[in-house]
Design a protein around this ligand. Structure first.
Ligand code: HGY
Ligand code: MN
Ligand code: MN
Length: 418
């Protein structure tokens, strides 16, 4: 126990509470997309929790929530702790929110112990990391890091045709002021993100915690294969210009390329749409997304180039046309070696064996690295399952994560006072 709450266990319970309406857009599942009423409800609840933990709380111009626990000196640079509050559709309850709730628990423990540090602590709930509503992702941490070009994203539309600019206005924010969220390097000491591993390694090795070495490079692309719409009953097979089978060939080509790849190369088609989308109409066009990742940008880019060439060759052979449009590129992001060693030592203070591992999943930390040194703590999750309502963590592992974060803060305090 720390103060009057179970540190870590309460963080898990709070993620569970946010797993249902009004903090989800959908009954019986968790879908919480950027700038929706569910996002707003979650920020209102987080504001209460951050305030009662001893923080001042504000919403920034990009839709982030920022809780601040002052250091000994006013305006001291901050250790930022946080993760994202948005979710994928029908996602898990811990992917993102757990890193925020653990930050709140840690600050409340410091406040209960009447501790003031040579730095402030800011707990951040990034509004958009998943890109589950608009095609681009990580827009909120990019706004803070100063790497977001609003003109490149404000006209992007969600599935209902709402632009990002319209969504900002509906949320009470000025789309022309997003860049006001940018922070100066002098304001930020470091960024620490605690996150479920979303993979099977820690569980397979019987480990509660791991320390991230680097985050994989990723690219998001949209592919459109264009043929000719026609009648499903009267058009002979030999006379069709059907983009459907062509898309199937392309998706198999992506799978084959990635299966043969190195550097943890992976490729995913998560969205596939036949247009106009009727039983009895040969599609005029088929669109599908590609998410391609690898430990290095070089491997990622070689795979993108190879699959793009295959897509055009398949389309040409079938008398169709194809377009491949880059939606977003994120470079690999090594975590700061000094902070990573500090985090590893903090895990060791708990009597746990050190375990360093790369992250195939993207995280706000990879964006924040443009602003400040970063460190990431991984927490075991059951079966490595994530982006799935079956996502699960234990109270004990959450408690260990919170303790490791407190030990990390002790080490950072010693370094800053030296
Ligand atoms: O896609 C990812 O890796 C992260 O969950 N946004
Ligand atoms: Mn995440
Ligand atoms: Mn995710």
């Amino acid at each position: 126990m720390t103060g009057d709450f179970e540190i870590g266990a309460r963080a898990k319970a709070r993620c569970d509470l946010l797993g249902a309406p009004p903090y989800s857009e959908v009954e019986d599942q968790l879908t919480r997309r950027f700038l929706t009423p569910a996002h707003n409800a979650a920020l209102e609840r987080l504001t209460l929790w951050m305030t009662s933990a001893g923080m001042t709380v504000r919403r920034d111009a990009a839709g982030n929530l920022v809780g601040r626990y002052e250091g000994q000196a006013p305006d001291a640079p901050a250790l930022m702790i946080g993760s994202h509050i948005d979710s994928v559709r029908n996602g898990g309850r811990y992917d993102g929110p757990l890193g925020i709730m653990l930050g709140i628990d840690v600050v409340e423990a410091l406040r209960d112990a009447s501790r003031r540090l040579p730095f402030a602590i800011e707990v951040i709930a990034f509004g958009d990391e998943e890109g589950s509503r608009f095609p681009a992702s990580m827009s909120c941490s990019r706004a803070i890091a100063g790497t977001l070009d609003p003109d490149a994203v404000l006209d992007m539309r969600d599935a209902d045709g709402v632009t990002l600019a319209q969504a900002f206005t509906a949320f009470g924010l000025d789309p022309q002021r997003i860049t006001d969220a940018r922070r100066k390097p002098s304001e930020v000491l470091a960024f620490l993100e605690a996150h479920i591993e979303q993979g099977p390694v820690l569980e397979a090795e019987g480990l509660a915690l791991g320390v991230v070495t680097a985050i994989a490079a990723q690219k998001r692309l949209m592919v459109r294969i264009t043929g000719m719409a026609g009648h499903a009953g009267t058009t002979p097979m030999a006379l069709r210009k059907d983009p459907g089978p062509a898309a199937a060939e392309c998706i198999l080509a992506l799978e084959r390329l990635c299966q043969a790849g190195t550097d943890n190369l992976v490729g995913t088609v998560g969205r596939l749409t036949a247009l106009p989308g009727a039983f009895n109409v040969i599609p005029g066009a088929v669109e599908f997304s590609m998410d391609i990742r690898a430990e290095t940008s070089a491997t990622r880019d070689a795979a993108v180039e190879a699959v793009t060439a295959e897509i055009h060759a398949i389309a040409a052979r079938r008398g169709l046309s194809a377009s491949v449009t880059l939606m977003q590129a994120l470079s690999e992001s090594p975590c700061d070696p000094g902070l990573t060693a500090m985090l590893e030592a903090a895990v060791g203070d708990l009597g746990l064996p050190p375990r360093r591992l790369p992250s195939g999943a993207g995280h706000d930390a990879m964006v924040m690295a443009a602003l400040c040194p970063t460190a990431m703590l991984f927490i075991r999750c059951e079966g490595g399952i994530s982006h799935n309502p079956a996502e699960s963590v234990t109270e004990a592992d959450c408690a260990l994560a919170a303790q490791a974060m407190l030990h990390f803060i002790d080490k950072l305090e010693r370094r800053e006072r030296a």
